[in-house]
Structure formats: structure tokens, C-alpha cells
Design a protein around this ligand. Sequence first.
Ligand code: BES
Ligand code: ZN
Length: 590
Amino acid sequence: MTRRDPHSYNDDTQVETESLSLRARVDFETRTLHAEATLTFRVPGAGSVDLDTRDLAIDAVVDQRDQLLAFELHPAEPILGSRLSIALPAGTSAIRIRYRTSPDASALQWLEPAQTTGGRLPFLFSQCQAIHARSVVPLQDTPRLRIRYDAELTIPRSLKAVMAAAHCSRSVQGEVAIERYEMPQPIPPYLLAFAVGDLASRELSARSRVWAEPAVLERAEFEFAGVEAMIVVAEALFGPYDWERFDVLTMPPSFPYGGMENPRLTFLTPTVIAGDRSLVNVLAHELAHSWTGNLVTNANAEHFWLNEGFTVYAERRIIEALDGPEVASLHAALGRRTLDESIARFEHRPELTRLRTRLTGIDPDDAYSQVPYQKGYFFLKTLEAAVGRDVFTQWLRSYLDAFRFGSITTEDFEAHFERALPGVLAKVEAKRWIDGEGLPETAPRPQSERLDAIERLAGALPADAVARLWSPTEWQLYLESIARPASEDQCRALDERFALTRSTNFEVLVAWLVLALQSGYHRVVPRVEEVLGAVGRMKFLRPLYLALARDERTRPLANSLFERLRAGYHPIARQVVESVLRESADRAPS
Ligand code: BES
Ligand code: ZN
């Protein structure tokens, strides 16, 4: 037997699931899904099959003829969860599992009405990447095995369910509504996704609509109005869009990520709604995953850079086509800065700064960083520079074509590239990128006139006439370029002249709040508390809690705030803040 994915009990000598049929009743009272999952195998099996589960209560397992099957739910292991081992009589073509989820299911966040914008109705959403699908459905939770599915969700009739799949029907029966979906294209299990809440929608184009709570809908519609133009540009670059629809779901503020590329229904944090479309690169990123990630998928989390590095590359190609090379290189410049910081953060775990990682015994949520994103991007830019843009683009299309609806490893990528463009990998020393730690000195430095102008300021206050012309990205770059600690005078001047504490652009606001906290400018603390209470996006929680916790004057506040707010954070975000606070406590002088 071989386990080809360090994060799954899947044994590659056993049967493979071809499709999933899921029926679930969503019970907000007990925060439970009462569910039934039917797994149909590619070919009938015998012996046994091992499924991944986490915190599931298994009630019964039967075969395609409704015959009870013996099963054993093994004790939970820290990262993988519990192996569900099911005995298969010869010729078993399908199994049906009756089960319940736990109120603490790691893929689910159940929100009280008070945690929504409307404040009247509860909300539920899933976030399965990387290995949380197993807390919602017992299955072979490895992206190596793609599945088609259909689903039926029974929900309170006052709510609407959406799913990353084609909607088939909604029927109301008494107090409940039953919504049916179908996902005809085979997906890795981490792309299984749904949400239930007070949701309404607006058409953005013939193949795209935006969903949101009614109170947010209009602002979301404005912010994402450019989606069709993005799809058109992306198709010209990467080939036809293969998922029919591209809808967007505006998530509640506690959504822990910026976006999640759930097929046909991208999930986006409301913090990208800045009112001026300045943060829609997140939308471009999730759209780009429709090719890189969803069509061609990492076979397991050790090859995560194939998803994210390629997608950042594709995202910046879209941005370049729409907004020009100067804007794209500003984004690349931000990416370079983030990369340097991430590599520094992993000073004590440098092996996690490789593109190809070894993750046996490591939780993908702990390994998560910007390294696969930005180092992957710069590696692909290096290959692009070596062969020229046109040749590289052609290669990219042939790669997408070759592995369409497939799950691949770094070795598959290397072999494909080598066959198409022999000798180039060796010439750019690809091994150092892929298996080396940190960043090769030859890594490209993004060139940008606007960035140079910001750097020439060396942190000095910009003239009003200059600052007025800055985009939010330039503001962010400028704020991040200021040496810490900044003087109190400088902080005050910045805030008085540019009203940064009142900024409604979350990227600018958080860059400013972090600078202020790191400079001991404590007048921003009430606003920091407000932000930490209002949003759960990890990208913002991490630096803000870190800045609070690193200063002994604000460390107690970091701890008390987290105690007060933790219940409202997503389980994954809670873990991240806990580790930030733990690390800061360890570093604190006793
Ligand atoms: N697929 C990721 C989010 C993710 C990764 C969730 C790993 C769980 C595990 C998504 O496409 C993403 O990269 N989001 C970024 C957006 C960005 C790079 C523009 C984010 O959330 O910050
Ligand atoms: Zn991504």
C-alpha cells in the first residue's frame, strides 16, 4: 500500500471514488449537518476502503443494495483526523454513509445573526481547502482524486443556499426549502463549497452574478462590475473558460481569506469592497484559478505552488492586460516585499521556503505562507524571461491543455516543461528555485517608475499634490516603506494630513495601523480594536495582533481582545492568532 498524499488516509491500491451524492439537512439550532453521502466507485471494489473524516459521527454504512457494511472509525490523529475503514464485499460499486457533522467542524463557520450585516438571520459557510472537506463529508480527501457530485441541501425556508455547482432547483415544503445542485466537472474535494444565509443576487453579465447579503449587494455589484471584462481578457490569455458560469459570493466579514476559487462561485471577503474597485486583483486572482488550480490542480499540498504561483502569474497577466504594465509591476513589487518578509518569518523553518515542500507531519494550514505565491510567481517570471513572453505564453497554454482536469506534481510540471523547451530549466537553475531555500540572488526585481518615486521619498511626507494622485496600492507601498519606529511627529503628520485612521480601504488602513502600532503611536488603538472586531481575514488579523503583542505596552490588550473576540473568528483564523500570541509570549522577556 502507498499513501501518495501525506494529508490523506487514501491508499492507492484501493477503489477510487468517481462521484459523490450528498444530502444534508442544515440544522442551525444544533450547528449540525444531518447527512447522507453516497460514494460511487470508478470500478466495483473488494477488500476495504479508507476514507478521511474529522469529527464526524458515523451512524451507518450500506452498499448499493442497502446491505449493512462493517466499518471502523479509528481514533483521531492530530492532522489527518480519523480514518474510516469500511469493509467491501466483492462487487461493491457504491457505499452510502449516514452521518452527522460536529458543531466544531473545521470547514464550517456558523454565524449568529448578530455576526451578519443584516443582523436578522444566521449564516453558514464552508471553507474546505486544504484538508477540511473531511469535516463535512467522509471521503477520499486528496486532490489527486477528482470527483463529480450532486447535492441536496435542506435549509430553513427564510434562507437561500448557494453552492459551487450548477443550481438545479429549489422547492419549498412547509418550513424548509430544498435546494439541488450538480457539479458535472470533476473537482478535487477541497473545491466543495456552499453557503446558507440571507442572500440576494444581481446580474453582472450573461455568465456572472454577484451574491451578497441584501445590505451589501449594491456595493458588491459596483465593485465587481468589471468581472466580464476580466473573463474576456483571461480567455484570450489562457483559453476558453470551462466552468460555464463565474458567480461571486460576497462573504460575511469573518471569512478568513481574501478569496477562495470555488468553481462557478468564487468566495470573496467583503474587505475588497473599497468603493473604488482598487482591490479587484483578488477577483482576478480567483478567476485565474479557473485555469491554474481548478483545471490543473496540485496533486497534494506539497505542490501547492503549482496552484498559487501559477495563479499569481496569471492574475498579474490579467491586471497587465486591463490596467497596463506599470500597475502590474507595482503589484509585483508589493509581492517581492511580501516574499522577503515571509522568508524572514520562516527563518527557523527554512525548509518551508522551498517551492516543493515535504509536509509529512505538517498541517498545511501551518505551512501556509506567501512563499508559494510570490516565489512561484518570480520563478515563472524567470522562465518567461529566459524564453520570451510569447514562447512562455504558448507553453503555458500547452501545459493547461495537457493537464486539463488533472492533478499533478512538480515532477509532472518539470517533465512537461523540459519536453517542450529542453535545457531551459537547467539554464535558470530551476532546482535551486524548486528545492532550494530562500530566494536565488538572480530573482528578478520588479521595475516600476512609480515604485522608484515612492522609494526616493525614503519615508518623507509626500507633497499633497503627489499623494492626491496615488492609488491605494501606492499608499500601501509608501506606508510599508517607512522605517520603524517612525517618530510620533511623523505619525501625527501623516494622520492629520491624510486621515489614514479613517481610511475605508482595508489594505491602506491596516498598513497604516501596523506602522502606527510599531511606532508606539497609540492613538490608533481604538480603531485597531474596531477592525479586529469587525473582520476575520487572517491577512489583517495576523499583522495587527503581532504588532500589539510585540509591544509590551499593548500585549495585555492583544490577549484581552482575543479573549473577547475569538468566538467570532473562523476556527482557522483562531488558530493563527493563537500561534501569533503564543510566539510573542515566548519571545517576551520574563
Ligand atoms: N486558494 C486560496 C486560498 C486558500 C489557500 C485557502 C490555501 C485555504 C488554503 C486563494 O486563491 C487565495 O490565494 N487567496 C488569497 C488572495 C490573493 C492572493 C489575491 C488570499 O486569501 O489572500
Ligand atoms: Zn489563490
